[in-house]
Design a protein around this ligand. Structure first.
Ligand SMILES: Cc1cc2nc3c(=O)[nH]c(=O)nc-3n(C[C@H](O)[C@H](O)[C@H](O)COP(=O)(O)OP(=O)(O)OC[C@H]3O[C@@H](n4cnc5c(N)ncnc54)[C@H](O)[C@@H]3O)c2cc1C
Length: 389
């Protein structure tokens, strides 16, 4: 008789270190990027993410070439995760539709897949990634940061990186941005087959009364509809269903796209307020990254590259011995002019005049798209190389 084989015992999870070098609050793109670079440099890093598992986020899911380059540096290949290419822009307003080629090839991938892949990379680099734990309160005592967590425990660290994205931490609320009255929505759809084919390789930007949005495919031929609308317009319409009906009535192209489409969720995700144009200047000793540092209007498709860039820059400057104040000033000078232009355009795009003039302008001056796309991106000289492993 063979002896019963003993079952391998699961390795006990090491107890979390209550006092680390670096605490990263929030496990989106910015937090994961900062955490993995700090951990790769040998720092003891804890990353706390309030959601227990992969989750969807309000986002157009358009990955600019800069974002893709940072993801490759982080060891994440979006195409292997199912990302699809975006080569063209189709703009619609009322009954007008114009098309133009983008000055680059972008990608599109759902945040649910992307953020999870980046968090996994942070853990592989040695970062203690803790899920389902939120920071309730953050205070500074002498040269130590102390976070009170949702499980009532305390976590302290020499340095804290604030990466809570769209959500402000109590006591650390961002100042309002320069275009604040918009509500963001996102819903995934299964389009009719012919509409899916017509959407392939396109980012479709659409304008409607009081707002604008984007429609594109992500992995598995799922279509992502993401839009922003003025709060006053939403109040008048009363809710999401009425907003969607009004959009379809006004914009014939979107009506055609959504004909026979099935929403994949019962209701859309929503986010408000969105402080478009916000650029952090807080000299508190706290390192703000991602949307906690800068919120660029979503039509630029540049928020994720800024999140990745700011996470990488903050880690690099911290490791080099710079202060958080120096980091915020450097980031501000890199982003200021693109942010100014994007915010001005975002304000213009929700006006009645834009619905008449923007499609006409793009059909007459297709090169204007290239010039706007270039002027609102992170300047190429500011982009960072991979950190030494
Ligand atoms: C309508 C809209 C459309 C957009 N479209 C695009 C686009 O197409 N392309 C693009 O590049 N960008 C786009 N963006 C911008 C992009 O989504 C953001 O810039 C990006 O998600 C910022 O990343 P982040 O890591 O700063 O924050 P997030 O991705 O929001 O991550 C923050 C994380 O912190 C966690 N968290 C929050 N509070 C706590 C807490 N107290 N404790 C612990 N964890 C916490 C959250 O659960 C979350 O996982 C869009 C934004 C909007 C609003």
């Amino acid at each position: 008789m063979t002896a019963p084989r003993s079952m391998p015992m699961p390795k006990p999870k090491p107890k979390p270190n209550p006092n680390v070098d670096n605490l990263v609050i929030g496990g989106g793109l910015a937090g994961a990027m900062a955490a993995m670079r700090l951990a790769a440099a040998g720092r003891d890093v804890a990353l706390l993410e309030k959601e227990p598992a992969a989750h969807h986020k309000v986002c157009g899911e358009f990955l600019s070439p800069e974002a893709v380059a940072y993801l490759h540096q982080a060891g994440v290949d979006p195409v292997r995760l199912g990302a699809v290419p975006i080569r063209f822009l189709r703009l619609s307003a009322k009954s007008r539709v114009v098309e133009t080629a983008l000055p680059f090839t972008a990608l599109s991938l759902s945040r649910c897949v992307l953020d999870e892949a980046l968090l996994a990379r942070a853990a592989e680099q040695g970062c203690d990634v803790r899920r389902g734990v939120s920071v309730e309160k953050l205070t500074q005592r002498a040269d130590t940061w102390v976070a009170k967590l949702s499980d009532e425990s305390l976590q302290s660290a020499h340095t804290a990186f604030l990466a809570t994205g769209k959500h402000d931490l109590r006591g650390w609320t961002r100042m309002p941005g320069k275009h604040n009255d918009l509500v963001g929505f996102k819903l995934h759809w299964r389009l009719a087959t012919a509409q899916t084919e017509a959407l392939r390789q396109f980012m479709e930007l659409f304008l409607f009364s009081g707002g604008y949005g984007g429609l594109s495919l992500v992995e598995n031929d799922t279509a992502n509809l993401c839009l922003v609308v003025r709060r006053s317009t939403l109040r008048k319409l009363r809710g999401w269903n009425e907003l969607l009906a009004a959009l379809r009535l006004e914009n014939r192209h979107m009506q055609q796209r959504l004909e026979g489409a099935q929403p994949l969720w019962q209701r859309p995700l929503a986010i408000s307020p969105i402080p478009y144009g916000y650029l952090a200047t807080r000299p508190h000793g706290l390192w703000c990254v991602g949307d906690q540092a800068a919120v660029i209007p979503s039509f630029t498709g540049d928020g994720m590259s800024i999140a990745l860039h700011s996470g990488a820059l903050a880690a690099q400057m911290h490791l080099a011995g710079d202060t958080s104040d120096q980091y915020h000033r450097a980031l501000q000078s890199q982003l200021k002019s693109g942010m100014g232009l994007a915010t001005w355009l975002s304000r213009a795009m929700v006006t009645r005049a834009a619905r008449e003039l923007v499609p006409l302008g793009v059909s007459l001056f297709p090169r204007a798209i290239k010039s706007i796309a270039t002027s609102t991106r992170i300047p190429s000289h500011a982009l960072l190389a991979a950190s030494p492993q």
